[in-house]
Design a protein around this ligand. Sequence first.
Ligand code: PNS
Length: 160
Amino acid sequence: MRIALCPGSFDPITLGHLDIIERAVRLYDKVIVGVVENPNKSHLFSTEERVEMVTTSLVGMEKVEVSSFNGLLVEFAREHQVRVIIKGLRAISDFEHEFQMAHLNKKLASELETVFMMASPEYMFLSSSAVKEIALFGGSVAGLVPDNICFSLKNKLNKP
Ligand code: PNS
């Protein structure tokens, strides 16, 4: 069975993430969405909330499993018999960081491959941090995140 892993913070999940996950599902037998815990990074949503938001956004999608992880990505991949890590690449600015992570992960686990998918043009400049900023200042995030996430953001940020 070919299992791919789509890791991320998903704070919150965006339509750009969803697009990459949907495309991965077409290529692999099973896709695990790994939500990183990372206690060193401050997230707007708790790990449980992020897992729940991802799960709700993927409802009805077959062959997808959502799980949180802490520690090294390569260890999580090994535990789940994953051979492929899927990352979305947006504008050029993503490249340097992703390039570094792909090589370090390869050094840590040579059996793992990182496969990059170009973000679809409409999501090229979409990021969770931009979404949070727009929502924080009362702007509409419709068309940027799944509908359920619009509500989660409103609730979290207490906007009417
Ligand atoms: O959505 P993000 O914040 O770009 O996701 C980054 C993620 C989760 C892929 C990255 O932070 C990660 O792999 N974290 C796990 C810790 C780890 O393995 N670090 C070494 C990477 S070289």
